[in-house]
Design a protein around this ligand. Structure first.
Ligand SMILES: N[C@@H](CCC(=O)N[C@@H](CS)C(=O)NCC(=O)O)C(=O)O
Length: 222
């Protein structure tokens, strides 16, 4: 049985979930507590996602999606797949924290939308939301400096255009008539920002992207 240890707010975790959903592969989810991460006591890896396949433990989202694809999903890959999956992990994902957590007020609102209603007992939920809303704007600021992001909105929309122009070109999916491994990765990371205004902003900006996202949704989202 597959068990995914995750944060519901984590884009790398949604990338994994999108491929599992694409494969129609059942899996359990364990929501990890950001403070302490005691649910991950079985591993030295102190980040989510972590995947357990019975007793086998796989860490790092790139390794996890490769494992899932080899053993469960068998989504097609092309020669250029790695260029795009690296782009997802090294470029696209970095725009999300500055967009979702620019300051305490927006972060608090977004954590309210991200956190599942029954995720934690009430007081613990409050502490996790408060802690996240304090920490994440600082993380977002560090990311902007580290990755030289000056205007996250403009640069994010430019990345969406790049995906649309160079990835999708005139195809229904990156994979052609059907989605492939790359579609699942791009969709998954963006899916983490659904309901937080990010996806709507991208859809309003680029209709080719909007049509692709809507085609992916029923295939990759549970
Ligand atoms: N390179 C890692 C990045 C994972 C990552 O940054 N996870 C974040 C959540 S989005 C995390 O676990 N942060 C907790 C921490 O750093 O303490 C991957 O692809 O799995």
């Amino acid at each position: 049985m597959l068990t995914l240890y995750q944060f519901n707010s984590c884009p790398f975790c949604w990338k994994v979930r999108s491929l599992l959903n694409y494969a129609k592969q059942p899996y359990d989810i364990v929501e990890v507590t950001p403070m302490g991460m005691q649910e991950l006591d079985f591993t030295d890896h102190a980040k989510v996602p972590v995947l357990k396949d019975d007793d086998k433990v796989i860490v790092e989202s790139a390794a996890i999606v490769d494992y899932i694809n080899e053993h469960y999903a068998q989504a097609p890959k092309s020669e250029d797949s790695k260029r795009w999956t690296d782009w997802v992990d090294e470029t696209l994902v970095h725009y999300l924290p500055p967009l979702i957590h620019p300051n305490f007020t927006t972060s608090w609102k977004n954590f309210g939308a991200i956190m599942l209603a029954d995720q934690y007992p009430a007081f613990k939920g409050f502490i996790v939301r408060l802690g996240g809303s304090i920490v994440m704007p600082k993380v977002a600021k560090r990311m902007k400096a580290k990755y030289d992001i000056n205007d996250e909105k403009t640069e994010f929309l430019a990345a969406i255009d790049q995906w649309s122009d160079e990835g999708l070109t005139d195809k229904s999916f990156y994979g052609g008539d059907k989605p492939d491994f790359v579609d699942c990765s791009v969709f998954g990371v963006l899916r983490s920002g659904d309901q937080l205004g990010i996806v709507d902003m991208a859809k309003n900006h680029n209709s080719t992207f909007a049509a692709w996202y809507d085609r992916c949704y029923p295939i990759m989202s549970e």
